[in-house]
Design a protein around this ligand. Structure first.
Ligand SMILES: Cc1cc2nc3c(=O)[nH]c(=O)nc-3n(C[C@H](O)[C@H](O)[C@H](O)COP(=O)(O)OP(=O)(O)OC[C@H]3O[C@@H](n4cnc5c(N)ncnc54)[C@H](O)[C@@H]3O)c2cc1C
Length: 386
């Protein structure tokens, strides 16, 4: 017989909501606490690789989450003169799968599945601390007890900090402004419209991501010290100077924009007693691979699988979960961080390194492994239904 109990989950982002659905579907009683008054998607669009798509299948939300999403055939990297220096084919045959989705829709699909599975979601509920015995304390002075507590409260996690679990927190030198705009002809050449394209110029990047038939997600990546690059409202003149070939696209960058600095997080342990820490709270990574959310969801599914298995104490099961999932997530985090070092290179050597990366099969394999084009660990077992 499987083990179940009551879970208190803090944070209704991709990690917390996935844990809520997966635990509730396995017979746990689940309560999710979100400090905001409504559940909102953070960011504009999102890349979901094979591992994330497998998680959707396991949760039974695949068709709803990917409905209307964009499925491109290639990811390309371009230099400052708009020349392709690297092209990785995707979504063909047995190769890697990648789907790009408007975040709002993904969060909506997860909330719907959590409620359908019987999870309770409480908004306007801010947790301030958690103890290894499973007690969570809230800002209004109340407390709750869980057989399992999931701290999925994001990169600035109060619960994690209160438990003293941080080993290394690196604030990267870059960040991104994200915006979702209507997709229109003429932003790029007609043959480029369905592609995913990362344009480089100096230390700046523009990430072009169609996310549905009518929506385009754009990320403007630059150094923290680049005041004009990171300005909101977007300083279109300075971005046009860096990317003259994207003038029409940059002129259309209107609407709500959000800036986030990139971070890298490593913990001494992903758990303390009955408290598990996951998602950006445990393993934030710069988004150069588009895998932070995929890792959060994969790890949440793996957690639900691990804690529902028989045998051992709750703390033993959390240690077993970490032993299985941590090596692959760390590989992804570290690979992603290394990709960020490309920004520091001058244009010519960077182009040379990127074309070498495009030609090297070993590097391409390592990169795709890091992008987790197939799920691993408990998530693989859970995704296959065994
Ligand atoms: C520019 C950029 C682009 C990215 N692109 C991709 C991509 O293409 N693909 C991908 O897979 N990943 C991507 N990521 C990473 C991805 O967005 C994150 O890894 C993911 O959203 C983390 O989810 P989470 O649930 O751990 O945290 P969050 O999404 O941060 O959710 C945490 C939740 O907890 C709530 N909360 C916080 N504190 C408390 C508290 N004390 N009490 C109650 N609630 C609380 C917050 O309000 C929030 O709702 C990107 C990140 C950035 C910055």
């Amino acid at each position: 017989m499987a083990t179940t109990g009551h879970a208190e989950i803090v944070g209704a982002g991709l990690g917390g909501l996935t844990a809520a659905v997966a635990l509730a579907q396995r017979g746990w009683s689940v309560r999710v606490h979100e400090r905001d008054d409504e559940i909102r998607a953070i960011g504009a669009g999102i890349w979901i690789w094979s591992n994330g798509l497998k998680v959707f299948q396991s949760l039974g939300i695949h068709d709803e989450a990917v409905e209307g999403a964009h499925i491109g055939t290639v990811t390309e990297t371009r230099d400052a003169r708009n020349r392709t220096v690297e092209a990785i084919p995707i979504n063909g045959g047995d190769g890697p799968r990648l789907c790009t989705i408007v975040r709002e829709r993904l969060i909506g699909a997860l909330v719907g599945a959590a409620e359908k599975a019987g999870a309770e979601i409480v908004t306007g509920s801010t947790a301030v601390s958690a103890r290894p015995d499973g007690t969570v304390t809230f800002q209004d002075g109340s407390s709750a007890r869980g057989d399992l507590v999931v701290a999925a409260d994001g990169v600035n996690s109060r619960l994690r900090d209160g438990l003293g679990l941080v080993k290394r927190r690196v604030r990267m030198k870059q960040g991104a402004t994200r915006v979702l705009i209507p997709r229109q002809a003429g932003f790029v050449a007609p043959e480029d419209e369905p592609k995913y394209i990362e344009y480089f110029s100096g230390s700046r990047r523009v990430l072009y991501t169609p996310s549905s038939a009518g929506e385009l997600y754009i990320a403007l990546v630059c150094d923290l010290a680049d005041d004009r690059g990171r300005a909101i409202p977007i300083d279109k003149a300075t971005w046009r100077e860096s990317f003259p070939h994207l003038r029409e696209l940059i002129d259309a960058l209107d609407g709500e924009a959000r800036w986030d600095a990139f971070e890298f997080m490593e913990l001494t342990s992903w758990s303390a007693g009955r408290v598990a820490v996951l998602g950006d709270a445990a393993h934030a990574q710069p988004p150069y691979l588009g895998q932070g959310g995929g890792c959060a969801m994969m790890n949440a599914l793996g957690l639900a699988h691990a804690v529902t298995r028989r045998g051992g104490s709750p703390a033993d099961r959390l240690r077993a979960w970490e032993a299985v999932e941590r090596p692959v997530i760390q590989h992804t985090q570290r690979f992603s961080r290394r990709l960020g070092t490309l920004n520091a290179l001058p244009e010519a050597p960077r182009t040379a390194v990127m074309s070498l990366m495009g030609r090297s099969r070993g590097l391409a394999r390592s990169r795709l492994r890091a992008a987790m084009t197939s799920p691993t660990g408990y998530a693989a077992t859970a995704a296959s239904g065994s």
